[in-house]
Write a protein that binds this ligand. Structure first.
Ligand code: PBG
Length: 337
């Protein structure tokens, strides 16, 4: 033993963290978390028409798909082992109105897509959103009257929309609107209509975030939205309030919880998992995706490694899965390994 080794041993008391890191095989042996295809939920954007797959400028690599293309994409996703899709429609602007009435049509874009996907690929899960923002002329998630988002009327409407989505074949209703009391109302409405096995993934903690910008371009609400969503989404400064909000969703019957956005809110993921023990999902939102893509496109980061490290971080923070626009890229990478 050299003198300097002796010195270090005195300080570490022979505890050397690097022994377990010395080779690839030791690192694999002690690895605590891993990312698998089962952790991935793939959000997709829908457009009317057929044969359409159109790029979204602010989300390089992400397409808006017509219903037929969405069914093809679902087939590819299922073949790679992705358990579920989440669909978001960019409907004709002529169909958007003050109250988002098209959300109640059994044949609207989102319900058409659910039917087509479930018919083509029965073994992939379809998760649908009941928030009104894709359907309103003002881009808000609820009914807007005299500058106010009317809570209870919105809840009544989205509970009806949830039943219509379940009738189209949706497996899990995921309400992203953050109205008070929506989880209980949706549960009641689903049960009353005989949809006991349709689940609810609560956007339990959705923050009033700047990270949603590219999504609003994707569904065409960017130019429409007047004001902001601060009267219904959670203030990014508040964690205790977020936990109270999530607790209500649990009480009202949520089967799964979601944290949105993802990476800036890993503390919330961890706390929710610890507090409730329900399955917890993070939504790595459009802005998070775009930042990685933009930096990688400039050669400033290794996009593939940052993508994988970021998704693994969600697992370490206690998440059971991640909604990610990277889902297909990751599934293809994992399949090669
Ligand atoms: C609104 C909704 C949002 C997202 C999905 N549904 C946020 C918003 O536009 O305010 C964001 C998804 C993303 O950024 O990837 N109900």
């Amino acid at each position: 033993m050299t003198d300097s080794t002796h010195q270090v041993d005195l300080l570490t008391g022979h505890r050397r963290m690097r022994r377990n890191r010395k080779a690839d095989w030791t690192r694999r042996m002690v690895r605590e978390n891993s990312l698998t295809v089962d952790d991935l939920i793939w959000p997709i954007f829908l457009v009317p028409g057929t044969g359409i797959s159109e790029p979204i400028a602010a989300m390089p690599g992400v397409m808006r798909l017509s219903v037929d293309k969405a069914a093809e994409a679902a087939r590819e996703a299922a073949d790679l082992g992705i358990p579920a899709l989440a669909t978001f429609p960019n409907i004709d602007s002529a169909l958007r109105d003050e109250t988002g009435s098209n959300s109640l049509s059994g044949d609207n874009l989102i319900n058409q897509a659910t039917r087509a996907i479930k018919k083509a690929v029965p073994n992939i899960g379809v998760i649908t959103d009941v928030a009104l923002d894709p359907f309103t002329s003002h881009g808000h998630d609820g009914i807007l009257r005299d500058g106010e988002i009317i809570n209870d009327e919105t809840v009544a409407q989205i509970a009806r929309a949830a039943v219509i989505q379940a009738e189209a074949g949706s497996d899990i209703i995921a309400p992203s609107d953050m109205m008070d009391g929506r989880i209980g109302a949706i549960r009641q409405a689903l049960d009353a209509a005989g949809h006991q096995s349709v689940g609810i993934m609560a956007y339990a903690t959705k923050f009033a975030s700047a990270y949603y910008g590219p999504y609003r371009e994707a569904i065409g609400t960017g130019g429409l939205l007047k004001g902001d969503k601060k009267t219904y989404y959670i203030d990014p400064a508040n964690a205790t309030e977020a936990m109270r909000d999530a607790a209500l969703d649990v009480e009202e019957g949520a089967d799964m919880l979601m944290v949105k956005p993802g990476l800036p809110y890993l503390d919330i993921c961890w706390r929710m998992k610890e507090a409730f023990g329900l399955p917890v999902f993070a939504y790595q939102v459009s802005g998070e995706y775009t930042m990685i893509k933009a930096a990688a496109a400039n050669g400033w980061i290794d996009g593939e490694r940052v993508m994988l490290e970021t998704l693994l971080a969600f697992k370490r923070a206690g998440c059971d899965g991640i909604l990610s626009y990277f889902a297909m890229d990751v599934a293809r990478l994992l399949a090669k390994r």
